[in-house]
Design a protein around this ligand. Structure first.
Ligand code: 6R9
Length: 656
């Protein structure tokens, strides 16, 4: 089967950075030149400039045993010291680190000095519980300051955290605890979600209950519980401890010890489309270097003046790199919000931006499209003039969603950075630099300085400009994954075997290079559709659907078809504003024709289903495999990683 993906969409709009923005931007054009001249020297400079090393490194990269990398291997550092103590020592202790907003309206402002003090105490508690370097700690918390403090306390003592989304079930939690062999779980009684307290502790109790006779040795010795929801919880004496008691009683005298650059920092499980979740392993020095670098030059963070807000949950890699590690390493001030975007009203996010004067805002296309569905009047009711940069991550952002984001949220002037990366890459790999790049709606554009990307065919040959194929990373990078926890063979097999001859990392995404050499992400290779021998990308057809005035959001899948092999099946959510003025009668047929006109008859969907919801993961990615089940009339597969597990029965009913 050919890896060439037919390219159907064209985009001609361009937006150059405004001169005032460019003049003040952190990321400048000379970074590309410096990195091109001496890539490893460049990454060595970044590590030295952005981080404090207890022991300086003498070698940037050891790649003598690929694909097992060692970055800054003989250097030593402490990740938490880099995110906390050094800012306090530099006189910035009074700077606010976290502007926390609870869903119920609670507020806390936590300075760097306060966060450092808290993390030192938590580190003392962890050591008192027998946790040391290399031990695993599971974190199952809502978006509260203690979540960030927990991650940093684990990092401070050289242990390894595994953050699990607060929305995951007891079973998912148990699988992740067991795979990592966690000794401690940090959780909360509950947190606020959709206007009420959603309990967390019972899921931990259930995950840890009744291991007798299961043949599995219980690894967890203690559960540290933050009081947030105020809900009743069951208590296991000897195992459970209250955070507010233990942390208050602990000493804040805790000196950060140096650990080797390659000391593991965290494991984060990605579901993938098939098989059991993979525990992606990241280490310290390289990860923190690229996290800090990209947050500076891509998000253009000026720590003294900006108010930064990344809306990601810490259960997603975006919350690791662009809530906890990147911004704190850079000494930034950021908003942390506990709840859902539409509680208690649909303008909650815009209200928060107005209230705190947010200047840099980073979110996912799924959120943008859900705001498009409600309409521009909601954000229109708030003062968003503080915003000067907008970012997107997680899925391709359709050109029309990009234009809406810039126009309605970015008052037609903010640059938009569309950032491509993965749990596995640890940090941003492809993105515009907002003060340098002329941006293009829908394209993630260019590898950041120091990163080498290409689009190749199945044989690993570059496809060249104007063509589609498979996205690869051609050189190792500092924040690359170091393996899959407990499964080195799966690591090699999943990411490195396909292009073993070239030594390329296979990302699993389809991509296209346009005539300017810019990268367009076309969706996961597993989702590519084959219609009468043409390989069609989900992203392009979805973008065409979203470009119709009626459509807020769309997902397409390939459903088996007797004549064409596969046929395009589209699931479409209609904008509320459209439904107010038009009848939905005949809309499915209109949209079929629209796609045919926009990108050609081959892409015209066989079926268009109008639905109210799409199945999404907690981080907002559409789970197309479940829609394929519906389109092919099969029983719907595993839904445990869905944000809302009820959604599939609603969709199935609407399709029938
Ligand atoms: C950070 C994150 C990784 C997958 C990735 C790709 C998709 C992420 C994207 C994007 C198009 C972007 N993806 N960013 N696709 N444009 N800007 O999302 O990590 O949850 O591991 O997902 O997400 O398919 O391979 P993760």
């Amino acid at each position: 089967m050919s890896s060439n993906i037919d390219h159907l969409l064209t985009e001609t709009r361009r937006f150059a950075p405004e001169p005032a923005f460019a003049a003040d931007a952190v990321g400048t054009a000379d970074l590309y030149a410096r990195a091109a001249e001496d890539r490893l020297g460049f990454w060595g400079d970044q590590a030295r400039e952005l981080l404090h090393w207890h022991t300086p490194f003498t070698e940037v990269l050891d790649w003598s045993n690929p694909p097992f990398a060692s970055w800054y291997g003989d250097g030593e550092l402490n990740v938490a010291y880099n995110c906390l103590d050094r800012h306090v020592e530099a006189g910035d202790g009074d700077r606010v680190a976290l502007l926390w907003e609870g869903e119920n309206g609670d507020e806390r402002r936590v300075t760097y000095a306060e966060l450092t003090d808290e993390v030192k105490r938590v580190a003392t508690v962890l050591e008192g519980l027998g946790i040391g370097a290399g031990d695993r700690v599971a974190i199952y918390l809502p978006m509260i300051p203690e979540a960030v403090a927990s991650m940093l306390a684990v990092a401070r003592i050289g242990a390894i955290h595994s953050v699990v989304f607060g929305g995951f079930s007891a079973d998912s939690l148990r699988a992740r605890i067991d795979d990592a062999g966690a000794k401690l779980v940090i959780t909360a009684d509950g947190g606020y979600r959709k206007g009420k307290v959603s309990a967390l502790k019972p899921a931990v109790d259930q995950a840890l209950a009744d291991r007798n006779g299961s043949g599995v040795q219980e690894s967890v010795e203690h559960v540290l519980v933050v009081r947030r929801g105020g809900n009743e919880v069951e208590w296991t004496e000897g195992r459970d401890l209250w955070w507010h008691e233990a942390v208050a009683a602990a000493s804040a005298d805790h000196e950060a010890q140096p650990f080797p650059s390659e000391n593991p920092l965290f494991i984060l499980y990605t579901s993938g489309t098939t098989g059991k979740p993979k525990g992606i392993l990241h280490t310290s020095g390289g990860y923190l270097t690229q996290a800090a670098f990209t947050n500076r030059v891509v998000h253009d963070v000026h720590p003294e003046t900006d108010v930064y807000w990344c809306t990601a949950d810490i259960g997603w890699v975006t919350g690791h790199t662009y809530v906890t590690y990147g911004p704190l390493a850079n000494g930034a001030t950021q908003v942390l919000y506990e709840g859902t975007p539409d509680t208690p009203h649909p303008g909650r996010w815009w209200e928060i931006i107005q209230k705190y004067g947010v200047s840099i805002f980073y979110t996912a296309p799924t959120a943008i499209r859900s705001f498009m569905k409600i309409g521009r009047d909601v954000p229109g009711g708030f003062d968003l003039s503080s915003l000067r940069l907008l970012g997107s991550v997680g899925e391709p952002i359709n050109p029309e969603a990009w234009m809406w984001y810039r126009g309605v949220i970015g008052h037609d002037s903010t640059p938009i950075i569309d950032t491509w990366w993965q749990t596995e890459t640890g940090a941003i790999m492809i993105s515009a630099l907002p003060g340098v790049t002329e941006t293009k709606p829908g394209s993630a554009q260019v590898p950041i300085p120091g990163i080498s990307i290409d689009v190749v065919d199945d044989a690993g040959e570059p496809v060249g400009e104007g063509n589609g194929g498979l996205l690869v990373v051609t050189e190792p990078w500092p924040s690359m994954l170091r393996g899959i926890w407990g499964d080195p063979e799966r690591y090699v097999e999943t990411y490195w075997e396909k292009f073993a001859a070239q030594g390329y990392y296979f990302a699993g995404d389809g991509a296209r290079l346009d005539d300017d050499g810019d990268v367009w992400l076309l969706g996961r290779v597993d989702d590519v559709m084959n219609v009468s021998g043409h390989r069609l990308s989900t992203a392009e057809i979805e973008s065409a659907l979203v470009a119709h005035e009626a459509t807020a959001e769309a997902a397409v899948v390939g459903a088996s078809d007797e004549t064409t092999g596969q046929a395009v099946a589209a699931f479409v959510i209609i904008k509320q504003s459209y439904l107010k003025a038009h009848s939905p009668e005949g809309l499915a047929q209109t949209l079929r024709q629209w796609v045919g006109e926009q990108i050609g008859p081959i892409a015209r969907p066989r079926d268009v289903y109008i639905v109210e919801e799409l199945p999404k993961t907690r981080s907002g990615k559409i789970m197309r495999r479940l829609l394929r089940d519906v389109a092919e009339g099969r029983e719907v597969g595993d839904t445990t990683t869905l944000a809302d597990t009820a959604v599939m029965s609603v969709i199935s009913a609407q399709v029938r």
